[in-house]
Design a protein around this ligand. Structure first.
Ligand SMILES: [Zn+2]
Length: 319
């Protein structure tokens, strides 16, 4: 069932806070509702029943590099700050169709601008389905009293910004740098037949950001500690790519005021650390027994044709 957001808004809150509460409501049983009990069980296999998890892939992503890897539906992928604070820029595609890829801006609306456990990362039109569901986040209680927000308004796992890239870098600094996340991701996807044009807006894993009182984007020092992790389950077969951001933990400015001669020449090298990636498989039928099914695109449910009508030749040539 597809619920009109406007209708959802009207039915969920006839009076209070109508103008500022979430425009896209998660209603019980609605398309944005997730089976939290299921994802709690998935998350618990990491600690309560680790024997249920079979490691199918594991690698360390060195500093200032990128790598792509496949995650099959129902498998779990964990990104780990293996040596401490480091931002990772994540891209996701449908494994069989790169036109279907992670849609950061719609995910901001359907979920929130900084994501954590139970949030889903949605795909582009005309497909529109959750590609993954976040099942684990050791920083989920970041901020003041575990509120998710720190004293400056910063939150982690950022969807407000996007990847760093050599074009903006050149524009702002007059210098070339070939190891920005956009470039790292571009090199990462080449073995899959993809190019720079397939790289898209990212989820900035472990990145702490917010908007200041002038509504301007800010980036704080990454709060991740050694061993912190971010974990998701694939809702369909996907291709992932991750870049270890050349800004590292973002504790130093990469350009503009605050960026030193040294950082411009070799920006923030001492702030860079590797990230670990692990992929786990759960026993066959483990998810199915709990009612889980692969997410299918919502797109085909729409039967309109964008008001484009087929021309009837019998009518067009009547005269
Ligand atoms: Zn970056």
């Amino acid at each position: 069932m597809v619920i009109c957001p406007l209708k959802a808004l009207m039915t969920s809150s006839p009076n209070k806070n109508r103008l500022t509460e979430a425009a896209y409501q998660c209603l019980p049983g609605g398309p944005l509702d997730v089976d939290k009990g299921l994802y709690d069980e998935v998350a618990a296999t990491a600690s309560v029943e680790p024997s249920l998890r079979t490691l199918v892939e594991s690698f360390i992503l060195p500093i200032r590099s990128g790598k792509a890897w496949e995650v099959r539906k129902g498998d779990i992928c964990r990104i780990v700050a293996v040596e401490g604070a480091q931002v990772g820029d994540l891209n996701i595609w449908s494994l069989y169709n790169p036109r279907e890829r992670f849609w950061a801006s719609r995910t901001r609306q359907l979920q929130r601008a900084h994501v954590s456990v139970y949030d889903q990362l949605w795909s582009t039109l005309p497909y529109l389905r959750p590609l993954v569901t976040i099942t684990g986040d050791s920083l989920k209680n970041y901020g003041v009293d575990g509120s998710g927000t720190d004293a400056e308004g910063g939150r982690v796992h950022d969807l407000l910004g996007t990847r760093c890239d050599p074009y903006v870098n050149r524009m702002l600094t007059g210098q070339d740098n070939d190891y920005h996340c956009h470039s790292n991701l571009t090199r990462a996807v080449l073995p899959y037949g993809l190019t720079e044009f397939d790289v898209h807006d990212v989820l900035n894993v472990f990145q702490c950001t917010g908007l200041n009182d002038k509504d301007q984007y800010f980036m704080k020092t990454c709060p991740a500690k050694k061993g912190d992790y971010f974990e998701f389950m694939a809702e369909t077969d996907i291709l992932c790519a991750l870049s270890t951001c050349p800004g590292g933990d973002l504790s130093k400015a990469m350009w503009g005021e605050g960026a030193t001669e040294t950082t411009n020449a070799d920006p923030t090298l001492e702030c860079c650390r590797p990230l670990g990636v692990q992929v786990y498989h759960l026993p066959d039928r483990w998810l199915a027994k709990r009612g889980w099914k692969e997410a299918l695109p919502n797109g085909p449910v729409y039967k309109g044709r964008h008001a484009l009508k087929e021309v009837s030749f019998s009518t067009a040539f009547k005269e």
